[in-house]
Design a protein around this ligand. Structure first.
Ligand SMILES: Nc1nc2c(ncn2[C@@H]2O[C@H](COP(=O)(O)OP(=O)(O)OP(=O)(O)O)[C@@H](O)[C@H]2O)c(=O)[nH]1
Ligand SMILES: [Mg+2]
Length: 350
């Protein structure tokens, strides 16, 4: 999954169930996200509690437990599976003596490493600056303890020496640039307005790009990584005399930082403007029903929840006994199973 030459940082993951019961397995996804940026999981800690502690988010007993675990595992970073305020990060870093990251920071770091297009980079920078602005409370200087500097990548991070006012100016400038990008895209979308627009949506790693490549032969980067795709790619498709355009786009994830949704307006426009959504689901993932709900929630948040949707259960090769719900299709984009049926359904729906 990552370059072997790079030595990983060693991370302890912390999950907090507030009014819900979590187990260490609930940290599987965060562990994958961490692996994507060279953070190797060496310990997992869960605390279920009624409310958030004002100083540390978790209780002081748990803080002590993590401290012991750091000593035992040689961990050099602690990653929380929740969004932390700047003051809690500082308090935790002072108590633990190692850098503390939260889930949003890890996701933003992956995006910073992945962004390819000019618009993609602008969007990541904007998301990073918006995330960092309320958290500029004097760094503890602990980041130098990390080998790979997760959370330090991307243009948005380099500008942190600037003071708040300059960062606000920078955010305004980026918003203007992105408004231009959005305008250009709107024109492009209008020019295609006589065509049907189909957009692939779904949880990250569900197989959108693999299916896109199969249907279009476009050669989009598809990999067993979270957030392999960041930019949108659109191709024209001709199906039995009907024309439509198909778009591959960024995947969704639980607790997507809201800075991300706001910053990725231009990208998400493509989804909002679609006539049909192909909602790709990894039916071999035991969490797939929860993932469907997360994707539908994001679609609701961006105003794309009224667009007709065809649910495409992918990776059926890894779950052959899967019972396909009515109105959905089951495929394997890798083994090319069920593709004709899928095309027929798309044909009927456009
Ligand atoms: N076994 C199996 N693996 C699949 C299938 N479709 C995709 N994959 C694998 O799943 C992984 C993710 O595929 P992608 O196409 O990159 O997924 P994506 O939805 O585009 O992911 P993001 O861009 O990260 O949101 C890759 O390793 C694919 O080879 C399938 O039908 N069966
Ligand atoms: Mg993809």
């Amino acid at each position: 999954m990552h370059n072997n030459q790079v030595q990983s940082d060693l991370a302890i993951l912390v999950g907090v169930g507030v009014n819900q019961i979590l187990s260490v397995d609930d940290l599987d996804e965060l562990s994958l996200l961490c692996a994507t940026c060279n953070l190797q999981t060496v310990g997992r800690v869960i605390q279920n509690r009624k409310d958030v502690d004002v100083t540390y988010y978790i209780g002081t007993g748990k803080v002590e437990e993590i401290k012991t675990m750091i000593a035992e595992t040689n961990a050099n970073v602690v990653v929380f599976d929740v969004e932390l305020s700047g003051s809690k990060v500082r308090n935790l870093e002072q108590a633990l003596g190692v850098p503390v990251l939260d889930r949003s920071k890890v996701i933003l770091d992956i995006f910073a490493a992945r962004a390819q297009s000019a618009a993609g980079k602008l969007q990541v920078e904007l998301a990073q600056l918006r995330y960092n602005l309320p958290r500029l409370i004097g760094s503890s200087g602990l980041m130098s303890k990390m080998r790979n500097g997760v959370g330090m990548r991307g243009p948005g991070e380099k500008k942190l020496e600037l003071d708040k006012r300059l960062i606000r100016d920078e955010i305004t400038a980026l918003e203007r640039k992105l408004a231009d990008v959005k305008k250009t895209r709107t024109v492009a979308v209008r020019q295609r307005s006589n065509q049907q627009r189909v957009c692939l949506v779904g949880y990250t790693n569900s197989g959108k790009s693999t299916l896109f490549n199969l249907l279009t032969k476009a050669g989009v980067y598809a990999k067993d990584e979270l957030f392999a795709t960041l930019d949108t790619t659109t191709r024209a498709i001709y199906l039995n005399g009907k024309n439509f355009v198909l778009t591959d786009t960024v995947g969704f994830i639980n607790h997507l930082p809201h800075e991300f949704i706001r910053a990725f307006e231009a990208t998400l426009d493509e989804t909002r403007e679609a006539n049909l959504l192909l909602h790709v689901v990894d039916c071999s993932n035991p969490e797939h029903e929860k993932q469907i709900a997360v994707v539908n929630q994001v679609l609701h948040n961006i105003g794309a929840d009224t667009i007709p949707q065809l649910i495409v259960y992918n990776k059926i090769d890894k779950n052959p006994g899967f019972v396909v719900p009515d109105g959905a299709v089951a495929i394997s984009a890798v083994q090319k199973i069920g593709i004709d049926k899928l095309k027929e359904q798309i044909y009927n729906l456009i």
